[in-house]
Design a protein around this ligand. Structure first.
Ligand code: HEM
Length: 286
């Protein structure tokens, strides 16, 4: 049950990051403006649902810790801080200001509360590990939140409004540098954290924690494969829609299937990450 709650927290934070950060970070050019405008109502709905899901996931996790008798003062303080951020975000969204940088900052702060409640925070010298964990999760949330945003918001709109095919191609292209940077940062910070929590090469194969990490790394490689396919195969076909409207439409349909599959792999990756956080670290007895 606590694993499910942890996965829900991760998934909700990723959805929220995609909803608040994708459009301001990726869709800033003229080539993507029409799609951004058409997507605005769906984006507002996604943000509200993601904020609600995040609140429910935090409540569920906190209540479970109370029932298990393991909730600490730190948990209570972080829970209160999280709710304060979410209420602040809800008030901003109600006033229609969902493009402001504050929801993005609030979303990053919520991820920080996660890092402050994790394993890295319980180490004697916790500042650098918590920072690495925060950066790791922030980039994971920005990248996979973007994948979810494509799957839930953008792809369905483009299939209904064909004149936006080229905008979708441009958006995939603009997303690519962010995705590449995320892959590099996640890989680097992931290796840093693994060095702390996996005591040896054998522990990688002989402990549940190590095996969960191997599964997560395998899924990470699959996600990179999806990204390359969208960037090098799908995006050029979408951008050529004026010359080849029918084949671009077919490319958009294929994109919808493959981005949905990528979102499903993202959910599995988050499940592997959640599993790691509820297991003991991979320290084999000498
Ligand atoms: C898209 C791929 C990845 C995603 C979505 C992801 C996600 C996450 C998340 C959500 C956490 C928990 C953060 C927290 O609770 O504060 C985490 C922790 C961690 N990640 Fe990743 N990660 C990915 C790739 C990797 C890779 C490639 C490695 C190793 C090279 C790695 C190693 C770790 C380690 C060691 C931890 C610490 C877990 C703990 O607290 O025990 N991750 N990751």
């Amino acid at each position: 049950m606590s694993l499910l709650a942890r996965w829900l927290v991760f998934a909700a934070l990723v959805l929220l990051a995609g909803a608040v950060a994708f459009a301001p970070l990726v869709m800033r050019t003229k080539a993507t403006a029409a799609l951004r405008t058409a997507a605005a109502p769906a984006r507002a709905r996604l943000t509200q649902w993601a904020a609600l899901l995040t609140a429910l996931a935090f409540v569920l996790e906190f209540v479970l810790r109370l029932f298990d008798g393991v909730a600490t003062m730190r948990d209570a303080v972080l829970f209160a801080v999280r709710l304060a951020f979410l209420i602040g975000m809800a008030l901003m969204l109600r006033s229609g200001r969902n493009d402001a940088p504050i929801p993005i900052a609030a979303s990053a702060a919520l991820v920080l509360t996660q890092s402050l409640s994790g394993r890295s925070a319980s180490r004697p010298e916790w500042v650098l590990p918590v920072l690495a964990d925060w950066i790791h999760f922030t980039f994971a949330a920005t990248w996979l939140g973007g994948v979810a945003y494509f799957a839930i918001v953008l792809a369905p709109i483009v299939l209904r409004q064909r004149q936006l095919l080229s905008d979708l191609g441009a958006t995939i292209e603009r997303f690519s540098p962010l995705a590449i940077m995320s892959v590099l940062v996640i890989g680097l910070t992931g290796i840093m954290q693994s060095a702390s929590f996996v005591s040896s090469f054998e522990a990688l194969f002989d402990t549940d924690y190590g095996r969960a990490l191997l599964v997560k790394t395998g899924l990470f490689a699959v996600l990179i494969g999806f990204g390359a396919f969208h960037q090098f195969v799908i995006s050029p076909q979408l951008r050529a829609w004026r010359a080849r409207a029918q084949s671009s439409y077919e490319a958009a349909r294929r994109f919808r299937v493959s981005i949905t599959a990528e979102a499903a792999v993202s959910a599995l990756t988050l499940a592997a990450a959640a599993t790691m956080t509820v297991l003991p670290a991979a320290n084999l007895a000498p």
